[in-house]
Design a protein around this ligand. Structure first.
Ligand SMILES: Cc1ncc(COP(=O)(O)O)c(C=O)c1O
Length: 395
């Protein structure tokens, strides 16, 4: 979260003093939450947007609404936050992990090699604001009759060929937790960008709020999909009010971050510093730059040096819950609180995840250093930050 202040405080105060915190206030009554969803519909150019309490829950709700469940396999990338895998397992399906490529995002060729008769969906994760090859992935999904899902938790505001991320696939999930470009503390958004998925949107609504199918406010609208027990993951009016204020700020934040990243890319190019870029540099949200290092030791030494000099640098291989080998050990028949709910017990196929299969990911992450683009300070300060960074990398 980059910008927070008076607007958010006033928004919170208005809700607090109204004493109306619940997203429903009567049939057809516009609330802060329903208004916020309409603003997201406009931003995402999507007919259906549903706020949830987290990005993880947005993905879970989307998966349930689109019929992903026990027996299904969902292909996800080897470099993603654990929530991508856990969302798949929450609906009873099995995550199948595909290596990333030089773009740090899922490798379409690997995806093809993982497809079989159980595959139901592919999740494109726009990691660190880097945009996936959505066209390549969409073609594969179309050829094999699979759902393309976007986990855009780390790329809110990003675009692919002009289309907002989250709105390209069958559905997408965004996160507004405190680490994200805009935040309301905790929150998520399910985006469904195609008119013909109205029924899935209604199912998502019921899944995100089981009780709403019985209440007067929503009963009539949801009648045709009623009869499913889901979650209680409604966003409240206080969080929604913060998010409305944050969404207004998003375009300016993006302009600044993108300008700054472009300056840095040009500076790196001038100095022949290799980088890893996603599949749409204009659509990248500009939060991070990824330096390509010669080997893992070089990455670690450079990370240490940059941190000592006040840079927010991180070797992705060391992020605690992002490289697949940090979370895939929990994906098996034994590791579940309730045996009968374990997706690995709900299928007749056995699965194992060997680190050896992910050597390419080990190599790519090992040779990558992620640096957060400096947002604070004026242009002169940024130029100094940038030039010092180049000097430190070249030392
Ligand atoms: C790639 C990715 N997917 C999903 C999530 C889950 O979002 P939340 O923390 O809002 O549940 C995150 C959160 O950081 C994420 O980075």
């Amino acid at each position: 979260m980059y910008e927070v202040g008076k607007d958010e405080l006033e928004a919170i105060e208005a809700v607090l003093s109204s004493k109306k915190y619940f997203r429903y206030q009567g049939k057809d009554v516009e609330t802060v939450t329903s208004l916020c969803e309409k603003e997201w519909q406009a931003y995402q150019k999507a007919p259906y947007c549903l706020l949830t309490t987290s990005g993880t829950n947005a993905l879970v709700v989307g998966m349930a609404a689109f019929g992903i469940g026990p027996g299904d396999e969902v292909i996800i990338p080897s470099y993603t936050f654990v929530a991508t895998a856990s969302a798949v397992m929450q609906v009873g399906a099995i995550p199948v992990i595909a290596n990333i490529d030089d773009s740090m995002t899922i490798d379409p060729k690997e995806v093809i090699s993982k497809i079989n008769e159980r595959t139901k969906a592919v999740v494109a994760v726009h990691m660190d604001g880097l945009i996936c090859d959505l066209e390549g992935l969409a073609k594969i999904c179309c050829d094999h009759n699979l759902l393309l899902v976007e986990d855009a938790a780390q790329a809110c505001g990003g675009t692919y060929k002009g289309v907002p991320v989250g709105s390209y696939g069958a559905f997408g999930g965004l996160s507004f937790n405190v680490d994200k470009i805009i935040s309301c503390g905790e929150g998520g958004l399910l985006v469904i960008a195609h008119e013909n998925f109205e029924k899935q949107y209604k199912k998502a609504f019921v899944t995100h709020d089981t009780a709403c199918q019985y209440g007067l406010t929503k009963r009539e609208d949801l009648d045709e999909v009623s009869g499913f027990f889901g979650l209680s993951t409604r966003l409240n009016e206080i969080n929604s009010s913060i998010l409305r204020a944050q969404l207004k700020k998003l375009p300016d934040i993006l302009i600044k971050l993108r300008e700054r990243k472009l300056l840095l890319i040009n500076e790196f190019k001038k100095n022949q510093i290799p980088m890893r870029l996603g599949h749409d540099s204009d659509g990248d949200i500009g939060t991070n730059i990824h330096v390509k290092c010669s080997d893992p030791l070089h990455t670690l030494e450079l990370t240490k040096k940059l941190i000592q000099n006040g840079y927010r640098a991180m070797a992705p291989q060391l992020r605690p819950a992002h490289a697949c080998w940090q979370w895939m050990n929990s994906m098996n028949k034994d590791q579940y609180y309730v045996d009968g709910l374990n997706p690995y017990s709900l299928t007749d196929k056995s699965y194992s995840y060997e680190k050896a299969h992910f050597i390419r990911t080990v190599q790519i992450l090992g040779e990558t250093l992620r640096i957060e683009i400096n947002y604070d300070g004026g242009d002169d300060q940024y130029r100094e930050w940038m030039q010092n960074l180049v000097a430190l990398i070249q030392e």
